[in-house]
Design a protein around this ligand. Structure first.
Ligand code: AHG
Ligand code: MN
Ligand code: MN
Ligand code: MN
Length: 345
């Protein structure tokens, strides 16, 4: 069939990344190999998530992670999947995962130049309800960010504790009604959807851009009594605009990646925030593997990411599991919150 034959001309993620790398004459193909291993991990987790209800993967693993959160079985499984996929790539030297208290230093025989920081499963509190009622209304996600170590023979934590503007790639994979991988290697943002019959991620959303002004705000409003004045004022403006514009819609899933994915993909644009509050003065989200990769993608899509004090990607973390407040999304919306905090460009 002619239409089927044409399918072999699809833009797979491997082909896409190879093309991107060929624009860099100095590239040695290491990033392509590394990304291939990440993609393999994503395929594995995607299939585990869809089978979770059948494979006794629902529920708690019985341990608490360094964040003080109870680990779900799928948190633990996805962490193991990515640690193995990343070490076996032979292209990594340090791994930082939400689920591991300490950074992992890859043994020297398998060592490569790249540092990968990742959240093996994001929004894992959504797993059980989604699976048990058999709907596709749940989404869990994996976020990753990649840095290059200065000296691969002597990698140190100093290589990891660098500002987000030094990252060379970032992405996430969303395990929803379909499995979607969104990636940037510093040249715009592209989205790939897993074709389960081929086992390949195919380019489905090229050159994703966030509208300059958004129609949605996304925040856990249950924390409102502890917010600072600026956040309170911003949300008030979303609901009761004084300039004649329409009020914004509220959407909040409780999974950063799903919440940001919607903002990126639906073309409405908007603001996602996890602000500081009296109980958590640094907010909740972790700098290295949540705030940085998402901020990188949002900037690459034409939006902005702000911490309440500065550009999120300029933050220099002191600890691998450090947290920071974050406001990210459509350019003009973030500009508004920056003004409320008295920060100029
Ligand atoms: P994780 O599942 O990786 O621990 O991340 C959970 C994070 C993030 O995905 C989400 O935006 C946020 O927690 C939701 O927090 P609240 O339940 O406090 O709103
Ligand atoms: Mn967690
Ligand atoms: Mn997370
Ligand atoms: Mn997680």
């Amino acid at each position: 069939h002619a239409a089927d034959a044409q399918r072999t001309d699809l833009m797979t993620i491997t082909r896409f990344v190879l093309n991107e790398q060929s624009k860099h004459p100095e590239a040695r193909g290491d990033l392509t190999i590394l990304l291939n291993h990440i993609v393999l991990g994503c395929k594995f987790v995607c299939s585990s998530v869809s089978k979770a209800g059948l494979a006794k993967l629902i529920g708690l693993a019985g341990e608490t992670n360094v964040q003080g959160e109870e680990q779900k079985k799928l948190d633990v499984l996805s962490n193991q999947v990515f640690v193995k996929a990343l070490t076996s790539s032979g292209r990594t030297c340090i791994l930082v995962s939400e689920e591991d208290e300490e950074a992992i230093f890859v043994e020297s025989s398998k060592r490569g130049r790249y540092i990968v920081v990742f959240d093996p499963l994001d929004g894992s509190s959504n797993i059980d309800c989604g699976v048990s009622i058999g709907t596709l209304a749940f989404t869990c996600t994996q976020i990753f960010g990649i840095y290059v170590a200065k000296d691969k023979q002597n990698p140190s934590l100093e290589d990891v504790l660098r500002p987000g503007n030094k990252m060379v790639a970032a992405g996430y994979c969303m395990y929803g009604s379909s499995c979607t991988l969104v990636l940037s290697t510093g040249n715009g943002v592209n989205g790939f959807t897993l074709d389960p019959s081929l086992g390949e991620f195919i380019l489905t959303h090229s050159n994703i851009k966030i509208p300059q002004k958004g129609k949605i705000y996304s925040v856990n409003e249950g924390n409102a009594q502890n917010w600072d004045e600026q956040t309170t004022k911003y949300v008030e403006k979303c609901k009761f605009p004084q300039d004649g514009s329409s009020p914004k819609s509220l959407r909040y899933i409780g999974s950063m990646v799903a919440d940001v994915h919607r903002t990126l993909l639906y073309g409405h644009g908007g603001m996602f925030m996890y602000p500081a509050d009296k109980k958590s003065p640094n907010g909740k989200l972790r700098v290295l593997y949540e705030v940085f990769p998402m901020s990188y993608l949002v900037e690459q899509a034409g939006g902005q990411a702000f911490t309440g004090k500065q550009r999120a990607l300029d933050l220099v973390p002191n600890k691998i599991h450090e947290r920071s407040p974050v406001f990210l999304g459509s350019y003009d919306d973030v500009e508004e919150i920056k003004q409320l905090y008295g920060v100029k460009n």
